[in-house]
Design a protein around this ligand. Structure first.
Ligand code: NAD
Length: 481
């Protein structure tokens, strides 16, 4: 049985209760974990508060050294961790290895920034006086993480928090705690002082809720659904905690008539069906110019047909590529309902639109990669986030039309435009309502660039040096000689 990691050691829940983590591809139990409660969170938060003074006053270079070492210890176990992540989350093991690599890169990125935090000196109108802006860590942070990228999305919080001198308690999604526990255990082995980095497992409504309500927690970094994010903001802001919200998305991808069609087809395929479509920044609405529509959609359908759904631990014969199951049965039900709703409103199924048939699929949450056209604007597949392997494709006649439709969503996370025309690029970059625009590029969250949303996709940014700002508070100082 896995244990939580609190105050520098493995821990069961005070209640002794546990629950099972199951493989979404097979239904088998991967392991059991403690079902933590409020008291377990309080222990972790108290330990984090006790550790804060030492950690925030540890020289930044030493914090950096420990973070580099922590990243290396995790990386040395990449293969085992990728297999564990595959078994608890469902994603193909190669994708899981990619996630571990991204985590390693992200922690190293923030380790490098730990000693680069700067303040400023400011001239003042008062005689013999000057001002300074120094930047202080906030204290105990809470990281609430979803199940689609459990490790990278934990890293985007833990990296900047620790680099800036904060301490942090991580709450993984209930269904993906195992790899997180092992990663946090390994990071502690690098020599982090006790209590600097802990993990508490258990239900969001109990463990997550205590992080939101505990007055010793001064900062919440949340990634998850917009509906949960609304609740997180209302509770945490009531206590004046600093909050960032990385929420849902319905990213538009616009393919103009001068685009490199084959590159754009690959961008749409990987951008939508990576991780079985369980990505906030996935391509969720595809707008293709009339002139290239038939060529583009024909090629997309034939390429996406190469996906073979199955257990992420196995590999199909080339040229087939593996797509894993959806992470939960509820998530598959939702995609099924969204497809049915679209068909009822007149959509045409170009590919998929059903569960795969066969005994080998009986115990997993599998769904075929699905492409729809003629999807009505008021369909759930357009108005809601589609979190799974479902792509609606729309024919458009101009960039104005594409941008106007792209902006009709309540979301504003990512977006992309595929064109060689500089005017088109500038217009899209300027006018698409989103936190990120990729130009002729795959939807991907680079550690080097700020990432986050506008509208119902949340506020605040992760990634980039910008993320550090959310873990530091500027302090104004006046010095009179
Ligand atoms: P979710 O909102 O259901 O859960 C996210 C986390 O919140 C989990 O750890 C959960 O246990 C916890 N939680 C649930 N109730 C809580 C409560 N009352 N108090 C505190 N914590 C609580 O999200 P999910 O289904 O795990 O993840 C999928 C969603 O996340 C999608 O909408 C996706 O677009 C979004 N997402 C956004 C980004 C981004 O960077 N913008 C990245 C990945 C995923």
């Amino acid at each position: 049985m896995a244990k939580m990691f609190i105050a520098g050691e493995g821990a069961d829940s005070v209640t002794g209760q546990t629950y099972e983590v199951r493989n979404p591809a097979t239904g088998e139990v991967v392991d059991t974990v403690p079902k933590g409660n409020e008291q377990d969170v309080r222990s972790a938060v108290d330990a984090a508060q006790a550790a804060f003074d030492e950690w925030s006053h540890t020289p930044a270079e030493e914090r950096a050294r420990l973070l580099f070492k922590a990243a290396a210890l995790v990386d040395a176990e990449r293969k085992n961790l990728a297999e564990l992540l595959c078994r608890e989350q469902g994603k193909p093991v190669q994708e899981a290895a990619g996630e571990m690599e991204h985590f390693h890169h992200g922690i190293e990125f923030y380790a490098g920034l730990a000693s680069k935090v700067r303040g400023s000196q400011v001239p003042l109108p008062a005689k013999n006086a000057y001002g300074m802006v120094i930047r202080k860590p906030l204290g105990v942070c809470g990281a609430i993480v979803p199940w689609n990228f459990p490790i990278t999305l934990m890293g985007t919080k833990v990296g900047p928090a620790l680099a800036a001198g904060n301490t942090i308690v991580v709450k993984p999604a209930s269904t993906t705690p195992l790899t997180t526990i092992r990663v946090i255990e390994l990071m502690n082995q690098a020599g982090l002082p006790k209590g600097v980095l802990s993990v508490v497992t258990g239900p969001g409504g109990v463990v997550g809720e205590e992080l939101l309500q505990n007055p010793k927690v001064r900062r919440i970094a949340f990634t998850g659904e917009s509906a949960t994010g609304k609740h997180v903001a209302s509770v945490a802001c009531g206590d004046f905690k600093r909050v960032t919200l990385e929420l849902g998305g319905s990213d538009p991808m616009i393919v103009c008539d001068d685009a490199d069609v084959q590159k754009a087809v690959t961008g749409a395929m990987v951008g939508r069906f990576w991780n079985a479509g369980l990505a906030c920044l996935a391509v969720k609405r595809l707008f293709v110019f009339d002139k290239v529509y038939d060529e583009f959609v024909g090629s997309l359908v034939s390429k996406v047909a190469r996906y073979e759904v199955g257990d992420g631990m196995t590999r199909p014969e080339k040229p087939k590529i593996r797509m894993g199951p959806l992470h939960t049965a509820a998530q598959r039900d939702e995609i099924e309902d969204q497809v049915k709703d679209a068909i009822d409103r007149g959509a045409k199924v170009l590919l998929g639109g059903a569960r795969p048939e066969g005994d080998q699929y009986a115990r997993g949450n599998f769904y075929l990669p699905t492409i729809l056209e003629n999807v009505a604007e008021d369909s759930r597949a357009v108005t809601e986030e589609t979190f799974g392997p479902l792509l609606p494709v729309f024919r458009v006649t101009s960039l104005d039309e594409a941008i106007e439709k792209a902006n009709r969503s309540i979301y504003g996370l990512g977006s992309s435009i595929w064109t060689k025309n500089l005017d088109n690029i500038e217009t899209a970059v300027d006018r698409i309502e989103a936190g990120n625009v990729w130009v002729n590029s795959l939807h991907y969250g680079y550690d080097e660039l700020p990432f986050g949303g506008v509208k119902a996709s949340g506020f605040g940014r992760e990634h980039g040096p910008e993320a550090l700002e959310y873990y530091l508070e500027p302090k104004g100082v006046v010095i009179t000689r």
